[in-house]
Ligand binder design. Structure first.
Ligand code: BTN
Length: 338
């Protein structure tokens, strides 16, 4: 496990990578760079990319690592520290202030839940290359082979317990914005918190939380993104990033993680400050609205109707033959041929 305890901001870590690269004579391996800069191995590529965006020329060679051919205009200056980097938005300040990387875990949600119970700070991110017991919503298995991006964020949101459902869709919005910025077209949300492209799921979000009578004490929000290609037997319902972008291998998992953290943090801050514009944006991105749907509820029963809105607590408002209902969770299937 790599634990980062530096009070480092994302910008501070980028500057540390720049300094470590600048000090190295010749090539330096990603691992040595991560050690020298105090960042996780998985984050190194994203920081190198940020340096390149800031004007540096960096040579990357398989087996040798990285060599700074020419530094950015000011290695510690705004070029690195304030530049939005490859994700096109201000770098996250607290989300990902600590990143734990594990080569393999049963589930990153379990890792983050343990950390929450130990009292770890909001913003911790647990990321792994491979999950052996990945979980999906409603007790489903989330297949997590190498090549995908699996991570969980520890949040301590100032949120009333009844608004917990909003966390998933808010993170979904952050993920969808990051993917759009990374060149994926037509990214949308599907209630309650899937991220889809042309109706096929590209990312899933799982929220697990400790809630007392009124408030959310902590919440762990796990995100799984298929960075490669969806398995052939799931091709009708799932899609991977490599199938959606040309050239197919252009997105590293580290770059996707960095972009998701950068885009999700401001959405979470809008949720925490109860910004009404958040629900406007979530609703605008939510392809479920306006459709005739069948919703399978947690007890297995179904409700059919037209999805008309999301309310202030993230519940789906459905107009049914019997009247209006509000649903806090469920699985949505579109009714075709209408
Ligand atoms: C879903 O759509 O059913 C949610 C899938 C969430 C999967 C992610 S992968 C990282 C984190 N760890 C888990 O065990 N699950 C979530």
């Amino acid at each position: 496990m790599t634990r980062l305890t530096a009070a480092a901001t994302s910008a501070g870590r980028a500057a540390a990578v720049a300094r470590a690269l600048a000090r190295a004579e010749g090539f330096v391996s990603g691992e040595a760079l991560a050690r020298a800069a105090g960042v996780s191995r998985v984050a190194v590529q994203a920081y190198v990319r940020r340096l390149v965006d800031a004007g540096a020329t960096v040579e990357a060679r398989a087996g040798s690592g990285y060599r700074m051919v020419a530094p950015p205009v000011r290695p510690d200056g705004p070029g690195v520290a304030a530049h939005g980097g490859s994700s096109g938005v201000a770098p996250a300040r607290w989300l990902g202030s600590q990143i734990e990387h594990h080569p393999k875990l049963p589930s990153t949600n379990d890792g983050a839940i343990e950390a929450a119970r130990r009292g770890a700070q909001e913003g911790l991110v647990v990321v792994t290359d491979l999950q052996t017991a990945g979980r999906g919503r409603r007790g489903r298995t989330w297949l997590s082979p190498e090549g995908g991006l699996y991570f969980s964020m520890l949040l301590r949101p100032p949120l009333a317990a009844r608004r917990l459902a909003l966390l998933g869709i808010t993170v979904g919005l952050g993920v969808s914005r990051a993917l759009a910025r990374l060149g994926i077209a037509d990214v949308a949300l599907k209630w309650p918190n899937d991220v889809v492209v042309d109706g096929r799921k590209v990312a899933g979000v799982l929220v697990e939380a400790s809630v007392d009578t009124e408030r959310v004490a902590w919440a762990v929000v796990g995100v799984g993104i298929d960075a490669g290609k969806a398995p052939p037997d799931l091709a009708d319902t799932a899609v991977g990033l490599a199938e959606l972008r040309e050239p197919a291998d252009a997105l590293s998992r580290a770059a996707v993680l960095a972009a998701v953290l950068d885009w999700t943090e401001p959405e979470l801050e809008r949720l925490y400050s109860d910004d009404p514009a958040l629900m406007v944006d979530v609703s605008a991105s939510c392809e479920t609205l306006g459709s005739e749907v069948v919703v399978t509820l947690p007890d297995g029963s179904t409700v059919q109707g037209t999805a008309t809105a999301l309310d202030h607590d993230g519940c789906l408002v459905l107009r049914t033959a019997e009247g209006e209902v509000r649903l806090a969770s469920g699985d949505v299937t579109a009714v075709r041929g209408r």
